[in-house]
Design a protein around this ligand. Structure first.
Ligand code: PLP
Length: 460
């Protein structure tokens, strides 16, 4: 009996998990034979499984646990808020201080002047909210045909019906009967994979903007309402667009009065070396969604910030109808909001964003050094996020067949060596907690290089 079979028998966590738990983003059949990795505790950038094995969490959970996996202050704030007011809502003119305080804090941090903050519980809910706001707004403005929304191939915006439609990845559409109508996908700004022969980054960025303009013209500018972009595409493989890309894209959107929606769910709160990805990439959004590191992932909460023009339209329409008929029971949940506000205070007090900027230098140096590895076709990143793309032939960029096998192999070798990373196809993403220290960065990359060596050996 091997280790896996043994752990799947009897009353182990693995056996009970297989029997009872339907997992998100998991091959359900494979799970029945392989079982879960069950994590029981965390400290700093480390998590520990139920066999006592410790791992560096190289993806901060799901690109999100900026403070790592323990924090007494946040635990205490949650406890105190639960004792004072465990729940109240914000429907029908009700409010509470944690939501008010957090809304003020976010407006003070916004990358461009924003007018109001709407709260939800997840990135997907935030993005579905934005879709509805954009539709609502254009009805208010007497433009009922201006409803189509553009996102990008390989963009990731979540999994609820509208958000999954915006997501430009096949696994989020196939067999779910998505995307819904009026969602359009434009080119992915990944120079390494999609540039034509000899095309410079600048020329490639120009072509992406031209393709966007052609799409808007083909559909009719009077029918296109908004474009969603993650400043750095995350789950699509950590893709940093070329330097001039967003200036060109924004010029096109402005020309046709198409709103820019920045999905800062991963990039927000220091990940790219500034507070917002918008600042790193030169974006001036009309609407901004954020989640994840908003609360360092200690509790689920997300937010949508809208500018004054969007707010005024929502206000007019809600007055006409009698209510802004959208909201969640847990919009601005007081415990989650109190924890998020305390998270932001902690970030400020420890200068976490400054720390992340300083750590970007060793992080990116180690990352870019992996480009010389025989398996690595591209090493790309910015700030404290990056990825390596695994190829069978560095010159032709040919993938190793079957696609994803190389990514899965290296991720498995990393896990065996005490490093959790995520493979998106054959791109291995690295996005550690922002509190990571230089020696831990060294260790992370030393384990990753060892995993690449073992992967190269196995795949040869
Ligand atoms: N937007 C981006 C950029 C994300 O990376 C994610 C999740 O990874 C989402 C939206 C969806 O967030 P959630 O999983 O909280 O619904």
């Amino acid at each position: 009996m091997n280790e896996i079979t043994r752990s799947l028998r009897g009353n182990s966590n693995a056996a009970r998990d297989i029997a009872a738990h339907l997992h998100p983003y998991t091959n359900l059949k494979k799970h029945e034979s392989e079982g879960p990795l069950t994590i029981v505790r965390g400290k700093g950038v480390y998590v520990t499984d139920d066999d006592g094995k410790e791992y560096i969490e190289g993806l901060a959970g799901l690109w999100s646990a900026a403070l790592g996996f323990d924090n007494e202050r946040l635990a205490r704030v949650a406890y105190e808020q639960m004792r004072q007011l465990p729940f109240y809502h914000s429907f029908n003119h009700r409010s509470h201080e944690p939501a008010i305080n957090l809304a003020e804090k976010l407006l003070a941090m916004a990358p461009v002047p924003m007018s109001k903050v709407f709260f939800a519980n997840s990135g997907s809910e935030a993005n579905d909210t934005v879709v509805k706001m954009v539709w609502y707004m254009n009805n208010a403005l007497g433009r009922p045909a201006k409803k189509k929304i553009i996102s990008r191939i390989k963009g990731y915006h979540g999994v609820t019906v509208a958000a999954a439609s915006l997501t430009g990845l096949p696994a989020n559409h196939r067999s779910f009967d998505l995307p819904i109508a009026n969602i359009l996908h434009t080119s992915c700004p990944h120079h390494y994979r999609f540039a034509q022969d000899g095309e410079t980054e600048e020329q490639f960025a120009t072509r992406c903007a031209e393709e966007l303009e052609q799409l808007i013209l083909k559909e009719g500018p009077d029918t296109v309402a908004a474009m969603f972009c993650e400043p750095v595409l995350g789950a699509g493989g950590v893709i940093v667009p070329p330097r001039t890309y967003y200036a060109k894209i924004q010029a096109v959107l402005k020309k046709y009065d198409v709103l820019f929606v920045a999905d800062e769910v991963i990039c927000g709160f220091g990940r790219t070396g500034n507070v917002w990805g918008c600042q790193t990439l030169g974006i001036e959004p009309d609407i901004l969604s954020c989640a994840k590191a908003l609360s360092a992932s200690f509790l689920p909460i997300s937010a949508v910030m809208v500018n004054e023009r969007v707010y005024q339209a929502l206000k007019t329409e809600s007055d006409k109808i009698g209510t802004f008929g959208h909201g969640f029971t847990y919009s601005g949940h007081p415990v989650a909001a109190a924890v998020a506000l305390e998270t932001q205070k902690i970030y400020d007090e420890m200068d976490l964003f400054g720390h992340a900027r300083r750590m970007s230098e060793p992080f990116q140096r180690h990352l870019k050094a992996l480009a010389d590895h025989p398996l690595v076709g591209e090493a790309m990143g910015v700030g404290m996020v990056g990825a390596v793309e695994l190829v069978g032939d560095k010159k032709t960029k040919a993938v190793i067949e079957p696609v994803t096998s190389a990514g899965a192999t290296v991720a498995r070798h990393a896990q065996e060596r005490g490093l959790i990373v995520r493979n998106m196809g054959d791109r291995i993403a690295i996005c550690p907690p922002l509190i990571i220290q230089p020696a831990e960065i060294d260790e992370l990359f030393s384990r990753l290089r060892a995993a690449l060596d073992a992967g190269a050996e196995e795949l040869r």
